[in-house]
Structures are given as C-alpha cells and as structure tokens.
Design a binder for this molecule. Structure first.
Ligand code: IMP
Ligand code: MG
Length: 200
C-alpha cells in the first residue's frame, strides 16, 4: 500500500535505533499489516473448516508473517517449512531456484496453503507450486503478504493476497537485505547508500 499508508521513517524506526538511518520510508505500518492478517485469517478459517490444513512457510522471509497469520486461523493446523535460495545480497531474482530445505512431512491428500512474504517476478512461487503439485496435495493455494505491481511476472494465482506495492525493494516484517532488517515490524524501503555500502 502506498499513499495514505506512507509515514516518515523518523517517527517509526525507533524500534531498532541502529537501522533508523537506513530506512527511506515506511510503506506499510505494523497496524496495517496486522489488520490485513486478521482479515486473511478470518477468510482462511471459513474456507478450511473441516479440512486438513498444512501451512507451508517459505523460509526465511515468511517466518514472521506465518507466526502472526497462524494465530488468526482458528482451526487445528500443522506447520511445515521449505527454504529456497533467492537473491543472496542482490535485489533481483536470477530465475534459478534451489531447494535448501525440503518439507519434513508428506502432503499427499492434504490441504496445503503456501505462506509467502513477497511475490516479485513470481518465479520462486511458480517453481515451488509445480514442485508441490507433483506431490498430489488435495488442494494447493497461496497466501502472500506483498505483491509487486508493474513488474514482469509469470502467472501465479494468489488466492489470499495482502498488499500491492510498487516495484521497489522492501525490507522488514521478515524481509531482508543482506540478512538485516527482518525484525522491523513494518515494511519499508532503504536509502540508496545502503546498497552501496552493504555486501553480504
Ligand atoms: P520472485 O521469484 O522474483 O517472485 O522473488 C521472490 C523472492 O525474492 C521472495 O520470496 C523474497 O525472498 C525475495 N524478494 C523479492 N522481492 C523482495 C524485496 O523487495 N525485498 C526482499 N526480498 C525480496
Ligand atoms: Mg522469500
């Protein structure tokens, strides 16, 4: 979300004083994120009642969202995680996806909901969905907190979308740059000098 959601960084980044000087602006506040997750959690609760729901988090970025979202899903659910290689310290997807950690459990015949932090090109998700589909789940859907607009995207269906954001690199709420900023409670952009000085 942009526009009315934008707040000057100085009023919010005191959460991590060391990061304050790196944040350019806040795109989505903590309160906006929590409100959206409550909405999505309510929908998921209705849609999956009486089914066999497994949340599959895409590490590492989705771990913060998964913790908050799952507490708005008022059903018995199970958790599993996959880790996939993405950018390293760079800010563009290479299109090459590698599984670093696979699921711990079988998903055949189960209702799988993939929890993804952000969809940029969609390549990561497309790869993941094909891979999971081959394991014959009863159903396979996606909940994603952020979707970048105005970028080249492969078609992926996101049943539970959170916010659309402009094609900028963002950090916070699980998302990193060079493994930093994941614990910021909001989604924000970085000042350009951060990219020039930080390497993984
Ligand atoms: P995609 O394959 O281009 O859709 O990229 C998806 C993955 O790249 C996400 O799961 C993130 O790990 C990472 N990513 C994409 N955009 C951003 C961003 O703006 N900030 C941090 N990570 C991002
Ligand atoms: Mg990710």
């Amino acid at each position: 979300m942009t526009g009315e959601g934008s707040v000057r960084a100085a009023t919010l980044t005191d959460h991590v004083a060391e990061y304050e000087q790196d944040i350019e602006r806040v795109l989505i506040t903590d309160e906006e994120i929590q409100g959206k997750l409550r909405e999505l959690g309510d929908r998921i609760t209705e849609d999956y009642r009486g089914r066999d729901l497994v949340l599959v988090g895409v590490l590492k970025g989705a771990f913060v969202m998964m913790a908050d979202l799952s507490r708005h899903i008022r059903l018995p659910i199970q958790f599993d995680f996959m880790a996939i290689s993405s950018y390293g310290a760079a800010t563009k997807t290479s299109g090459v996806v590698r599984i670093l950690k696979d699921l711990d459990h079988e998903i055949e015949g189960r209702d799988v909901l993939v929890v993804e932090d952000i969809v940029d090109s969609g390549l990561t998700l497309q790869y993941l969905l094909r891979n999971l589909e081959a394991r014959k789940p009863a159903s396979l859907e996606v909940v994603a907190l952020l979707m970048k607009t105005e970028v080249d995207q492969v078609p992926v269906t996101i049943k539970y979308p959170g916010f659309e954001i402009p094609p900028e690199f963002v950090v916070g709420y699980g998302l990193d740059y060079a493994e930093r900023y994941r614990n910021l409670p909001f989604i924000g952009t970085l000042k350009s000098q951060v990219y020039e000085t930080l390497v993984e």
